[in-house]
Design a protein around this ligand. Structure first.
Ligand SMILES: [Zn+2]
Length: 304
């Protein structure tokens, strides 16, 4: 989702005060918001993903970007403690500063009112970005102060091939990006590698070092681990009797061969998901360490 905003708006300092990015898929709204923010701060104005600004954002340590999110049911006053201080100091990098509120509809009334106060007395060079799946749960006064960007996502349909539906999950619900994946040979190769690994894992076969090597060999550890987590989660769900495969409709034959128990499989899926959040975009050495220790954890789980 490159190019959500016209680059000249950023250069001329003419961004709106707040943007509400809404989509019918949470993953797609997060991705679009991240693409948007990357574009605002990117040294090349494109959201390249490789410049220092993009990398700092991806690593979660850009000094001028405050991310507000909550793992709980709602975003409460405690979750926005840093906001006042953040707004009281000037941007470190001399450009914009951004407050990103993920799943903005989780904000409770206190927080939304606090946000409205910031909107009424807008701090300079500050852009608020809100992502939401249910913008209707936000106060109308909040929504009316935002430029709304609706990300279109047609849900998967039964006429989509299993391969396409799997790619759609990977692409966070964007049909055009799913098609790009299908057309890319590196995606196809990665899918084959990861599906092969999953096929062995779900039958209790594991060789930690070589599997970690294969994951590293895909060249994109995060994406490969997302795939693996999806395959394992689908296996667990299938073994628990769920109908239909969410992440890996293209791997039905492999999933049906699973011999491990559903609880073991879901523990494995959790383990992969956890290591995904540890995986760093910086260093190949730490990627390898994290990936290897993840497979060693999987080994322990399988061997009980
Ligand atoms: Zn960049």
């Amino acid at each position: 989702m490159k190019g959500l905003i016209r680059p000249e708006l950023i250069l001329e300092g003419k961004l709106a005060q707040a943007y509400l990015i809404s989509s019918d898929s949470k993953a797609a709204s997060h991705k679009a918001a991240a693409d948007f923010i990357r574009q605002v701060f990117c040294k090349s104005g494109t959201g390249c993903g490789t410049c220092i600004a993009c990398r700092r954002f991806d690593a979660g340590n850009h000094p001028d970007i405050l991310v507000i999110r909550s793992d709980g049911e709602s975003i409460k006053k405690e979750d926005i403690q840093e906001l006042t201080y953040f707004l009281s100091v000037k941007p470190v990098m001399n450009g914009y500063r951004c407050i990103y509120i993920e799943d903005a509809e989780k904000m409770n009334l206190t927080v939304q009112n606090k946000l409205l106060k910031s909107f009424e007395d807008p701090p300079e060079h500050t852009v608020f970005v809100l992502s939401a799946v249910h913008p209707g749960l936000l106060l109308p006064t909040v929504v009316s102060r935002c430029a709304v960007l609706q990300i279109q996502n047609a849900p998967p349909s039964s006429s989509d091939s299993p391969e396409f539906r799997a790619a759609l999950m990977q692409a966070g619900g964007s049909r055009s990006e799913a098609q790009e994946l299908i057309d890319s040979s590196s995606y196809q190769e990665m899918r084959k590698t990861v599906t092969g690994i999953a096929g062995r894992l779900v039958r209790g076969r594991i060789s930690a070092v070589s599997m970690a090597g294969d994951i590293m060999g895909t060249g994109d550890v995060r994406t490969a681990l997302f795939m693996l987590a999806g395959l394992l989660a689908d296996c667990a769900a299938y073994r628990m009797g769920a109908e239909g495969l969410r992440y890996a409709p293209d791997a039905e034959d492999i999933i049906k061969q699973a011999s491990l128990s559903p609880s073991v499989l879901s523990l494995m899926a959790d383990t992969v998901t956890r290591s995904m959040s540890e995986e760093s975009t910086y260093s190949a050495v730490s990627d390898r360490l994290i990936t290897e220790s993840m497979f060693i954890d999987l080994y322990r789980i399988i061997k009980g």
